[in-house]
Design a protein around this ligand. Structure first.
Ligand code: GLU
Length: 422
């Protein structure tokens, strides 16, 4: 459990704390902070769904648009029992900073429904998704706000969103990204976030002058991001010593066979009992001995309660907000490096951007082009963050925020939305 200083740290609070640390260094004035730190628009919707047993259940859904100064709002849609407006608000702001840092011409948004899709049939999930799109339909569109997958949502759900929106507006593949290939999805989108994480990890190892085959890594979370991160890293020669999902952890100091672990999870529904390693409590994966720790699931999993037990040198935030903002300075004091989410997990939205461009052009790019462009975006952002952090002697997160905030402020001035005094 988190200690008292962490308790109640939702994504919104975390995003404000991180923003403020950068804004203090940038000496941003109060008005500008208020403009950058508040949502453009927040919508809560009631989602009545006829369940398979005939009863109607009413779910709560949200879409928060943080900024569209640099382009249409952009960000995923999350289905999870813990989803709250506060979390969605913070996650939307992180999308603004992520897109700005990566130099994608997009703003920030996020959506969510408080539900447990693991206990729902596919038909129930489809009815819920269509009803949600009915609720937020006026806000989204290829030039307004473009949803995408996030925790517990996938290409099939994005296909329903495209269909539901297109029924009203005409064929509109650019309204959502992360779609199936047959419906205008992009090559490389499915594993893009994990691929992007592996590119950043590789670049960091290069900076440390350590070949990846000398590196051990633990990956917490075995959904789309965690699985593909572990798979790509193991293909690059990295030893994945631990993985976990919401039910169990698996540890093997000699390295895990990630594809076999993936097959086990697919067949049995959980990592538990995978014969390629020892099944442990899922929390142990965060505190096991490894060079690199890669949290790839939910927010605030590294906090005051497990800080002392960590046995890693570097944390790569593949999830959004896995390091509690109260704990981060203590990690840095202990000599643990943190590479921030808005850099590390930017591969997903980068390929989402390529998908959107292809939809607008009605022209499909080859996978080689996508992989090349993805690598270029990730390397460029990484190099800028490292250079600024080294030059100013600040953390990588603060450097990433300064670069991102500066882009949004400049665009705001030029659009005349926020006029500078000078
Ligand atoms: N959900 C992903 C993220 O948090 C991807 C968002 C997108 O592609 O728009 O970055």
């Amino acid at each position: 459990m988190a200690n008292s200083s962490d308790s109640g740290t939702d994504c919104h609070k975390a995003s404000i704390m991180q923003f403020d640390r950068a804004a203090d260094i940038m000496e941003l004035d109060g008005e500008l902070r208020q403009w950058l730190n508040t949502s453009f628009r927040e919508l809560s919707v009631r989602i009545p769904v006829r369940m398979d047993d005939g009863n109607v259940r009413v779910f709560s859904g949200y879409r928060v648009q943080h900024s569209n100064v640099r382009g249409p709002h952009k960000g995923g849609l999350r289905y999870h029992p813990s989803v709250s407006l506060e979390d969605v608000r913070g996650l939307a702001a992180w999308m603004t900073w992520k897109c700005a840092l990566l130099d994608l011409p997009l703003g920030g948004a996020k959506g969510g429904i408080t539900c447990n899709p693991k206990e729902m049939s596919l038909a129930e999930q489809e009815r819920m998704t269509r009803e949600y799109i009915h609720g937020i339909g006026d806000l989204i569109g290829p030039t307004k706000d473009i949803p995408a997958p996030d925790i517990n949502t996938n290409a099939r759900i994005m296909g329903w969103i495209m269909d539901e929106y297109s029924k009203r507006q005409g064929y509109s593949p650019g309204v959502v990204t992360g779609k199936p290939l047959e419906l205008g999805g992009s090559p490389g989108r499915e594993d893009a976030t994990g691929k992007g994480v592996s590119i950043i990890v590789g670049r960091w190892a290069e900076k440390e002058n350590r070949p990846l085959h000398q590196i051990s890594a633990a990956v917490q979370g075995f959904g789309n991001v965690g699985y593909h991160t572990a798979l790509h890293l193991s293909r690059l020669g990295c030893r994945i010593v631990a993985v976990s999902d919401s039910t169990a952890g698996i540890i093997n100091e000699d390295g895990l066979d990630i594809q076999a672990a993936g097959r086990h999870k697919k067949n049995s529904g959980s990592l538990s009992g995978f014969a390629g390693g020892e099944t442990v409590d899922q929390g142990e994966v965060l505190t096991c001995k490894c060079d690199y720790l890669i949290p790839a699931a939910l927010q605030t999993v590294i906090h005051g309660g497990n800080l002392e037990k960590l046995q890693t040198r570097v944390i790569f935030e593949a999830a959004n907000g896995p390091v509690c903002p109260y704990t981060e300075p203590l990690l840095l004091e202990r000599g643990i490096t943190v590479l921030p989410d808005i850099l590390v997990n930017g591969g997903g939205v980068s390929v989402s951007y390529f998908e959107w461009v292809q939809n607008i052009q009605h022209f499909q790019w080859k996978d080689e082009i996508i992989q090349m462009e993805l690598q270029a975006i990730m390397h460029r952002a990484f190099d800028k963050v490292i250079a600024l952090a080294d030059e100013r002697n600040i953390s990588y997160r603060i450097a990433a925020y300064i670069l991102a905030i500066d882009k949004v402020v400049r665009a705001g001035h030029l659009r005349g939305i926020y006029q500078s005094q000078s």
